[in-house]
Design a protein. Structure first.
Length: 134
């Protein structure tokens, strides 16, 4: 079993005791991303559309650092402080993902770190030809 801890400077630094992602063989567990701008470590300014887009950009940076991309994501969890924003998630998700879509859950939560309105985490399985030799 090969295990690697993933770190990308193009995504926000971990704000707690966790790694941005952990790869075990071809499976990558991406930690939750909130809409932090990596350069400033502050929540992006703007509405929920800006926050959702930033979260997808952050996840994309970590996925790339792990050797994969969004086509490798098999499970996506979306956490929202207001589930009425879910149609916006669907709209923006369509810009980042193409069929077949990953399995997904949408969970309403009372609060998220740094007063964010959205957080997402994912599980990714990298295609064999994309997996770098260890």
């Amino acid at each position: 079993m090969t295990r690697q801890f993933i770190q990308s400077d193009k995504a926000p630094k971990a704000i707690g005791t966790y790694s941005q992602a952990v790869r075990v063989d071809r499976t990558v567990y991406l930690s939750g991303q909130i809409p932090l701008v990596p350069e400033t470590m502050t929540i992006i300014e703007g509405d929920i559309t800006a926050q959702i887009t930033q979260v997808f950009d952050n996840l994309q940076a970590v996925a790339t650092a792990a050797g994969g991309d969004f086509s490798d994501i098999v499970k996506l969890n979306v956490f929202l402080t207001d589930l009425s924003h879910f149609p916006i998630v669907n709209e923006i998700m369509g810009r980042y993902f193409h069929p077949p879509y990953p399995a997904r859950a949408a969970i309403g939560v009372a609060a998220l770190p740094k007063a964010a309105d959205v957080e997402m985490d994912a599980i990714m399985v990298i295609k064999p030809q994309e997996y770098p030799a260890s």
